[in-house]
Write a protein that binds this ligand. Sequence first.
Ligand SMILES: Cc1ncc(COP(=O)(O)O)c(C=O)c1O
Length: 383
Amino acid sequence: MTIRLFKPSVGQEELDNLRGVFERAWLGLGPLVSEFEEEWSRYVGCGMSVGVNSATAALHLALTAFHFPPGKKVLVPAITFASTATAVLYNNLIPVFVDVDPDTAVMSLEGLERKIDGDCVAVIPVHNAGYPVPMDELMGIAARHNLKVIEDCAHCAGGSYKGKKLGTWGHIGCFSFEEKKCMTTGDGGMICSDDAELIEPLKPYRWVGIDKDTWRRAVAAGSEQEKEAMHWHYDISVLGYKYNMNDVMAAIGLAQLKKLDAMNAKRRAIIGRYLDGIRGMDGIMPYTRYTLNGEEAYWFFGIRSARRDELILHLKHRGIATGVHFYPLPLHPLFKSWDNGCPVAKEIWKTFITLPSHVDLTEEEISYVVDAIGAFVTPPVWI
Ligand SMILES: Cc1ncc(COP(=O)(O)O)c(C=O)c1O
């Protein structure tokens, strides 16, 4: 048996939507992007959403929205994907790594308070693996220190914390629809906020700086003939990027959004099966403090083992793909110069193993993985 670590769950509904895109022969930034943005705003319950081509782009532009002076500092967890921190560097800001909570592997709030100084302007909490950073407490800390909050929701599309959707607690929420995530558009991302005035100006930034609104204003001021002839005009008002979502992505996203709650429920059920399976296994702990209250959106199930590399090889030899999420950022060459400690992150990552937990995983496959871990922990005795 071979079992993939991640696998997007796509089918007829996505194909049907794509057929419509082909029939209209409009594949770029178009009406489906607007429709998906509106559906997304309705789904998460926010004022406005802006579709982009990745969460990396979303995080980059979310920080751009605040126009922080270069050289200011942004707090990010030590355990996350590179994009959380490269977004800081793209904006000529300085990343400040915050250590993680030893049990949950998300940003420690005590660690956060310790790292804040007068130059810090923002914090990017990451709901790592889908486990929510306690946003009520974090928002209190942010308010006391006048920090803007950008939630990195790359791992938790559709998840809530205390009944409120993740991505709507902070000033801006950023989502990933990359192919492995809770839902996918192939590649894709979403910026959302209750403050439309804050993120509306990001539209030209995602579209190489093109500002069609100035065209509309120019046209409105002109004669009928000028209006007719000026349809081609646009202004480049800002240094923008080619970060837009397109109608192919949005077509897939609209179909995936309809299935998101069901896919998150399926992932919770898979995680429940794994938790039962590993219970009592010597030296095997869950990756984070998985709760299953019905509001969580987990991206993956993982475990911890002091014999991590041996176990990875044991599973590999049985056809089971695994991963490690994540090697702490301050240990990467790019980020070494901002290494400021974070001893917990540097210790616990050595035990991390991500297991197959995509929604199309079968009961038989889960049992196979659990049995393989069991055989590693308690090897069979031959009499
Ligand atoms: C925490 C986190 N933030 C951001 C990203 C970037 O997402 P994307 O691939 O959509 O750019 C990822 C990707 O895995 C991630 O894990």
